[in-house]
Design a protein around this ligand. Structure first.
Ligand SMILES: Cc1cc2nc3c(=O)[nH]c(=O)nc-3n(C[C@H](O)[C@H](O)[C@H](O)COP(=O)(O)OP(=O)(O)OC[C@H]3O[C@@H](n4cnc5c(N)ncnc54)[C@H](O)[C@@H]3O)c2cc1C
Length: 413
């Protein structure tokens, strides 16, 4: 019987353990925290966006870096297989807006519990509060792992230690050094889905404000468009966050890293209206509120919190009667609402990112098995790989699918 040691009891490690045991291995799962799935339990704001209900090609497109590497893993364990896995174990799921799949109970803890029960049921030996210190390598082959207390021999080792994000959950990047030690190249770990820091002090006045159905576009210092997204955005005390900002952050972060020049984000607050239509709309409001002061004439157009900021930026006298605002001023206001510019000078650190981009170079990992091409018996699964997805369930799906494949082949090999 093959002996498989798995390092890290996150979604990738737990799924690997279940698959390895199902394929006949004797499995030991080592976790340095005192409980399994710490990060998993905070996913999706505690609701766990398990995966996405899209077809295979759209699934692959959900990974801006190295999506194609995942074809083999998804072929063997798809998003439908994942949903079936949970449904068969009594966890009902539902599809929400944007094809996001959640447990019906809205509880990430339920997801952790189902996985934990499945690991136990498969006969896996789980050892929590056990930190792996090193890999033991002998004569070009992996021999085992060294923990704080003992040396464990193994025919195969799966590294599923995650990335560098939210280190309080246990993901402190331990696996990178072992991968390096085994000859693997590590693509620089960096924030994948992360909030952005904005220079303009007025954004702090908007802290806590969520804007739905806005369009944000990011531009380089030379005016070249980096990317754009439509959807929901959140102002924070340091800048910008929310789904569309997180999705844009990877490319913006890479540009900032490369160029050390700021990025401009232009926000279109009314993307459904052309400038002409918006001007007419503004005029209608000013007619309606003709006898009111400008500062009281924007209530139908903008969220309350936004009004003082727009007044400050557009330069129109807030005490001016709406009927007195001239065309020039109206056009200036329209321009501002269609192109509210902010200077992004940095991202929040990788520790605050939802996912870590970079990691073990996928060129040196067999996409069908997740086995190292450099060191036989060594496997990788989950966020430690140089694969990262958008928000919407993509990162957990990648962790589960690569975990499944690594477990299956570690047991078989
Ligand atoms: C706030 C937040 C919300 C998120 N929400 C979602 C979501 O809704 N949907 C989605 O798809 N993705 C979401 N993600 C991303 C997703 O959680 C991760 O991509 C996923 O957990 C990665 O799984 P993993 O098993 O590779 O690593 P991890 O979940 O990071 O697990 C790695 C495990 O390895 C253990 N470990 C590390 N070093 C050692 C060592 N030396 N010895 C022993 N054990 C070790 C750690 O303690 C940890 O338990 C979210 C992330 C965050 C931070």
């Amino acid at each position: 019987m093959k002996r498989v040691v798995i390092i890290g009891a996150g979604p990738a490690g737990m799924m690997a353990a279940i698959a390895a045991a199902a394929n006949g291995a004797s499995v030991i799962l080592l976790e340095k925290k005192n409980q399994v799935g710490r990060k998993l339990s905070i996913t999706g704001k505690g609701r766990c966006n398990l995966t996405t209900a899209v077809d295979q090609d759209s699934l692959i497109r959900g990974y801006p870096g190295n999506g194609r590497f995942l074809y083999g893993a998804f072929h063997q364990f798809s998003n439908q297989d994942l949903v079936r896995f949970f449904n068969e174990r009594g966890l009902k799921t539902k599809v929400e807006r944007g094809n996001r799949i959640f447990p019906v109970s809205d509880s990430a803890d339920d997801v952790v519990q189902v996985l934990y029960d499945a690991v136990k049921q498969a006969g896996v030996a789980i050892s929590t509060s056990t930190q792996v210190k090193e890999l033991q390598i002998g004569e070009g082959r992996l021999v085992g792992v060294i923990t704080e207390r003992e040396t464990l021999t193994a025919d195969a080792v799966i590294i599923a230690t995650g990335g560098l994000s939210y280190p309080g959950t246990g993901s402190t990047g331990d696996g990178y050094q072992w991968a390096r030690q085994s000859g693997h190249r590590i693509i620089k770990p960096r924030p994948g889905l992360v909030p952005l820091l904005v220079k303009e002090p007025w954004v702090r006045d908007l802290q806590g404000l969520t804007l739905k159905n806005v369009k944000a576009a990011a531009f380089t210092a030379a005016g070249k468009k980096i990317n754009e997204e439509f959807g929901e955005l959140l102002f924070t005390h340091f800048g910008l966050s929310g789904p569309i900002i997180l999705s844009m952050s990877r490319d913006i972060g890479e540009y900032l890293d490369r160029q050390s020049k700021p990025v401009t984000i232009q926000l279109d607050l009314k993307p459904a209206l052309s400038e002409e239509k918006l001007e007419k709309r503004v005029q209608r409001d000013f007619d309606k509120y003709a006898r009111k002061m400008f500062k009281n004439g924007l209530n139908d157009l903008l969220p309350k919190k936004m009004i003082p900021v727009i007044i400050q930026l557009c330069g129109i006298d807030p005490e001016k009667e709406c009927s007195q605002i001239d065309r020039q001023e109206r056009l200036g206001l329209v321009q501002l609402l269609k192109n509210l510019a902010m200077t992004v000078y940095d991202t929040r650190p990788v520790a605050e990112a939802i996912v870590t981009a970079g990691g073990v170079d996928v060129k040196e990992v067999d996409p069908k098995t997740m086995q190292s091409k450099l060191l036989p018996g060594l496997f990788f699964a989950g966020e430690i790989l140089d694969v990262d997805g958008y928000t919407g369930g993509y990162n957990l799906q990648a962790a589960f699918s690569t975990g499944y494949v690594a477990g299956k082949y570690a047991a078989a090999g």
